[in-house]
Design a protein around this ligand. Sequence first.
Ligand SMILES: Nc1ncnc2c1ncn2[C@@H]1O[C@H](COP(=O)(O)OP(=O)(O)O)[C@@H](O)[C@H]1O
Ligand SMILES: [Mg+2]
Length: 405
Amino acid sequence: MTTIHIQDDRSARSDAEALEFVCKRLQLDIIQEILDGGSSARVWLAANAAGERFAVKTVLALDGVVDGHDLDSFRQKVVQIEAIRAKAPSLGGHYLPVLHNIEGRNWACQTTPFYPSQDQVAPLRLPDGETTFFAQYEAYAQVMFLRGYGATSAVAPPDYVERVVVGRFLRRLPMLTRALPEDLAAETLVVNGRPCLAPGVLLPRLLEQAAPRLAAMGPARLGFCAHGDANTRNILIGEGTDFRVIDPRGSTDSWDPIYDLAKTLFCLTVWDPALRLGFAIQRSGSATLPQYEVGFRQPLYLGYRTAIQRFLPFIADQPWLIPLLANDPGWRARLLLTHDMHVLAEAPCRLSDRKPKWGCDGAPSSPEQLALGFYLMGTLLINELAEQLAEPGDLDDERHLSLMV
Ligand SMILES: Nc1ncnc2c1ncn2[C@@H]1O[C@H](COP(=O)(O)OP(=O)(O)O)[C@@H](O)[C@H]1O
Ligand SMILES: [Mg+2]
């Protein structure tokens, strides 16, 4: 299915105005806004006169939006999907086609056919949903990893872990620091009773002091950029194990499959529970040694806990992953580090998502509170990881992830 490209010379003062331009032009009626997304985009369910349903997504050029959430990345998503269809057709067939790509002056809009579905971790919110989750995950992962990431391969840069895995957060940190409570400018803090170094202090030290261990974690090769933001709400599960994929990163650079595997784990440990349940955060201590207690407003779903514990042993011996891990002895350690960096890097992302959000108690979750929660949980995780990296031997993933369950 080919995308229809439309140029629109107008500027929009808001997402609502961009949406109005689009609806008039495509003769669509809005049914409701969809609030499940996690970016600065706005997404609506719409229908045409024939009753066909579409998802309509608009993005406005905004200042201070993190990389990956900006208008340029949005425009590149269509380019990435076209590349996937050409080079990894079995995965390409699972991507929902972009029907219209409309380029405004300071905005853009893409429409996709609406696919009735659930998010990837929905079974885990029901009793005994683990078997269903892992069966669906296997069906998805065969296509995403073996057929998608495995489609091409390129030599990885030697400084991959430093520049990409850790550097992404350090580059976003100034934007985040401005929105965090003032006491978090301190070098040290206590999170859930554990003394921690602030990530802005710990990470540069880690890059220096644990350089050989970080280098040993690095991949020899990168794969095809099959997604790049495979969170559990970008994988839409239909009937049985059928699925569709939406909302890739907006990049055609070679990419590490471990990045997206770590995304699934991150969605189970923090991302999805934080957006669904909300954070409960308490603050005490002094200006020089702030103390925080952070958790969710309700205990983590039992199914998520089980899946967190089973996830790494499960993927480790899957035939869809083994071929991608040849000459990659550091993949498991890199997955844990990437996971922790996803938690930290989500904090600035929360600031650019201005959609209303509520916790399980009905009370609002403000962008600033969500950012703080991700920052604190990420701080806790990265400090534990740094502690393990200072010890000889392999990282103990069970010990690391027990912080989250
Ligand atoms: N075509 C579609 N069919 C069904 N649901 C969709 C579709 N497009 C988007 N959604 C829903 O809207 C959410 C947000 O859309 P997405 O494009 O991922 O935006 P964001 O950039 O905010 O993550 C998705 O997680 C999914 O729940
Ligand atoms: Mg999305």
